[in-house]
Ligand binder design. Structure first.
Ligand SMILES: *Cc1c(COP(=O)(O)O)cnc(C)c1O
Length: 830
């Protein structure tokens, strides 16, 4: 048995090299999202399109007849794939499974008395949404509830009923009983119809509709989940149930024989179900591609049974691999959400999907946003979050409705970083396999988890040591190595020239992230995470000429006619478009939406759009408002003022107790309300050196300081004795004095894979994120650098000289203890 499977796996390995070139150098584990198409399929489809002339069906020309004939053949072929007799079944082509569900539930909605809708907890959102069209609805939270309801005799409700469920959960791959459809038909005496969502099931499993009496009335599926291509769905209707569609009100395109619309309103519907339900022109080319897809699938895999056996085998290996991972102290790493009724390796109860969350060695949950970032760096494609399966996820994670609503109010959304709330995960990780998955994918994934998430205890992280005897002379051992600003958010850095005193303001270094680029369609700010080439856009601040000068480097050099654009530093209102485009929900402060103003010049937009290959505008943030009084809400305009990770007691690096009010009547520039916003990012050269030693020890490529996009790089004085560097000493710093200015450290900066974008070439690397995540991960989060904010004396003279710092300034550090704190206080008051 096992030998046979291993031989089959070897055959798939060989086939994959040939047929799936897009899988080179990547590990694709999201087949439940969509599987991949074979090279032969695309080549053959393309040859078919080039070699034949296909017209719009419904006419007498040869090209039209050819299309009609081919489509009728494909219908039969698709029915045959599921052993559905064309005497008993018809197939309706739809855009996707959801469109099939809509078509069915809309005709139920159109019944005069309305309808009763029942659905299973494991349903995909596509099925759940239908309840909004029903007169009455019920969510069945267990299989037992369904069984009990089925056993109830007769037609309790005067209304027509529809019971819908997934043949396989798209969340954890559990396969639900297929015989419910038969039981419901017999027990409910035809008053309740059945809708089977087979989208997840048939992607890796056969479905047998040969017994029309026990088959679902309506079966929907997404064909791209079986073949990778075309983007097409199907609704298979049991003809005996077809009469419900007599009530369908809409008609359009080729669905009618004759329409009278001038003096009388009358139409005659077409005869067959599919003719009546396929509104408008069919996706003819997709349907032909389906023909080719079925041929190629058969040649490569022979049958869905073979796919089912192979993927079941892989899934059991994956499940065993995940459940056997243990931390050094013996606690398990993966918490798998498996239904008690299912068994990995048994295709009748379980499909090839594993849903799980990770725990650290203290059994705390690991943030999935962190897992995603590492997976992205390692080129692993998987899915995290709510997985479009709210019932399954809520019951697995034991989330009550009030918790979900509160989490929603607290800002949790499908796909954001905020995924552990009140020490509970709000989503999960899903790994799913398909026909062309192999044992190698499974091993690679298990190894990935063991590399990054299995912790030897005590944790691999050594808390930074600051030896006490070093303390007194340390105060002047540091200096400012460099100062950088990023005039356009996410674009290249502008290095402050040595000898220039650079302004420090409430909202950060002068001109830092004063501008951004916004997408013309969505109005969202662009970032390097999605557009790494932004690193090659180099803004500089020319104070003498009074302009922001933007140049292009590297690859972008010849991407546009102009080599450079300039924008005045003055915010002349006539430069801006009337309606500002950019709205950033995450930049909400005190309930206010913050908006940036877009430049109206088409030349400027064209310059950036051509450089990046994405339609965008340049935009500028409005000037910062003035706070009045110590607790006034100051409208910080810039979205980079991020929340830092500050919480008292927790000894993650740099996590300090809450700010204490300094003295009665005294205010700092940073009001308490906004105290955890970070206008400046500081990194330490010694820490970077340590990190690079670790990277090089593993044979990796050292990281440039630019990737961290710091504003201030603090370094040890060169004449200080060598070997006395103190990497990560910043974890213990509380305040900094730079030149004549004071700064407070707010907490460590959480990192993502954006630090892997080489700022010279815009290429993505694995480092430094991989090493950082092994050496600087606390509580599932990866930290490097410190959020910093300027502490200003409140000057009664508005024209007082602006606070400034320069490259080469001496840096003094203050640790978290009373004496030092009083020093700062003293300095600020005096
Ligand atoms: C993918 C999926 C759907 C949705 O399919 P679409 O093609 O996006 O409409 C619905 N139900 C299940 C079980 C699925 O896996």
């Amino acid at each position: 048995m096992e030998d046979e499977r291993i031989a089959y796996n070897a055959a798939i390995e060989a086939l994959r090299l040939r047929e799936y070139p897009m899988l080179q150098d990547t590990t694709y584990l999201d087949h439940a999202g969509t599987t991949l198409y074979a090279k032969s399929l695309i080549e053959r489809f393309s040859a078919d399109m080039i070699g034949n002339l296909y017209g719009n069906p419904h006419s007498a020309s040869n090209s039209s007849q050819l299309t009609t004939r081919r489509i009728e053949d494909v219908r039969l072929r698709l029915l045959a794939l599921f052993k559905a007799d064309p005497d008993d079944f018809d197939v309706v082509f739809v855009a996707n499974a959801t469109a099939g569900i809509k078509l069915v539930t809309e005709v139920f909605r159109d019944q005069e008395e309305g309808y009763w809708y029942g659905y299973h907890r494991d349903a995909h959102t596509s099925l759940i949404g239908a309840r909004e069209t029903a007169t009455q609805h019920r969510c069945f939270t267990t299989d037992a509830e369904v069984n009990a309801w089925v056993e109830e005799d007769g037609t309790a409700s005067p209304r027509l009923g529809l019971f819908a469920y997934p043949a396989q959960s798209n969340m954890n791959g559990r396969r639900l009983p297929l015989d419910w459809t038969r039981h419901i038909r017999t027990r409910k005496q035809g008053s309740v119809y059945t809708l089977l969502d087979a989208a997840a099931l048939v992607s890796t499993s056969p479905l047998d509709l040969s017994d029309a009496n026990s088959a679902p009335d309506f079966t929907v599926m997404s064909l791209y989940k079986i073949f990778g291509f075309p983007d097409l769905g199907a609704l298979i209707i049991r003809k005996a149930a077809g009469s419900v569609f007599d009530r369908r009100r809409y008609f359009g395109g080729g669905t009618v024989e004759m329409v009278v619309c001038l003096k009388e309103q009358w139409h005659a519907k077409k005869e067959t179900l599919h003719e009546r339900l396929e509104d408008g022109t069919l996706p003819i080319h997709s349907i032909m591609a389906l023909d080719t897809a079925m041929s190629v699938h058969k040649e490569l895999y022979n049958s869905l049974d073979e796919v089912s056996n192979h993927t079941a085998f892989l899934a059991s290996k994956l499940y065993d691999g995940l459940t056997s991972l243990r931390h050094g102290n013996g606690t398990s790493v993966c918490h798998v959400y498996k239904d008690a009724s299912s068994t990995y390796g048994d295709p009748s109860t379980q499909g090839p999907i594993v849903a799980f969350n990770l725990r650290n060695h203290c059994s705390g949950w690991v943030s999935n946003a962190e897992v995603e970032k590492l997976a992205a760096v390692r080129n692993l494609q998987l899915r995290t979050g709510g997985l479009c399966n709210p019932g399954g996820v809520a019951s697995s994670l034991d989330l009550a409705p009030w918790e979900m609503k509160e989490n929603f109010s607290a800002g949790q959304r499908c796909g954001n970083d905020n995924d552990i709330i009140r020490a509970k995960p709000t989503g999960m990780i899903r790994v799913s396999l398909g026909a062309m998955s192999t044992l190698k994918d499974v091993t690679l994934f298990v190894d990935f988890l063991s590399e990054f998430f299995v912790e030897d205890t005590p944790p691999l992280l050594v808390p930074p040591v600051v030896s006490l005897d070093m303390k007194p002379p340390t105060h002047s051992r540091l200096h400012v190595e460099s100062l950088s600003v990023y005039p356009i958010k996410s674009c290249g850095a502008f290095g402050v020239p040595p000898g220039v005193a650079w302004g420090v303001r409430r909202e950060g270094l002068a001109w830092d992230r004063e501008w951004c680029l916004v997408h013309q369609g969505t109005g969202a700010a662009l970032s390097q995470k999605r557009y790494p080439k932004m690193a090659l856009i180099r803004p500089s601040i020319d104070l003498e000429a009074g302009v922001l000068r933007v140049q292009l480097t590297g690859l972008l050099r010849y991407s546009t006619f102009a080599n450079e654009v300039t924008v005045p530093l003055s915010a002349d209102p006539s430069l801006f478009a009337k309606d500002s485009m950019y709205k950033d929900g995450s930049a909400q402060v005190c309930g206010d939406q913050i908006q940036a103003k877009t430049y109206r010049s088409p030349q400027i937009s064209a310059f950036f759009s051509q450089a990046l290959g994405v339609a965008c505008h340049l935009a500028r943030f409005p000037a910062v408002g003035n706070g009045s009084g110590p607790l006034a809400c100051v409208r910080h305009s810039k979205p980079h003022l991020q929340k830092s990770q500050r919480s008292s007691k927790m000894r993650v690096p740099g996590a300090f107790p809450e700010t204490r009010p300094l003295m009665p009547g005294m205010t700092v520039s940073k009001p308490i309300l906004l105290s955890n916003e970070s206008p400046i990012l500081t990194i330490s050269r010694s820490s970077l050196n340590r990190l690079n030693e670790q990277i090089k020890a593993e044979g990796g490529k050292a990281a440039q300081s630019e990737v961290f996009r710091a504003n201030i790089v603090v370094a040890e004085n060169p004449h200080y004795p060598p070997g006395a560097e103190q990497p990560y000493a910043e974890d213990e710093w509380r305040y900094l004095q730079i030149g004549q200015q004071y700064f407070e450290l707010l907490g460590p900066c959480r990192r993502c894979q954006m630090i892997c974008v080489d700022q010279q070439t815009a290429e993505r690397n694995q480092e430094p994120f991989v090493t950082l995540s092994k050496t600087r991960r606390f509580d599932g989060r990866v930290y490097f650098g410190e959020h910093t904010s300027h502490l200003a004396r409140d000057s009664p003279y508005p024209l007082a000289q602006e606070a400034a710092i320069m490259v080469g300034d001496t840096v003094r550090t203050y640790f978290e203890d009373e004496a030092c704190y009083d020093d700062v206080l003293h300095a600020l008051i005096s």
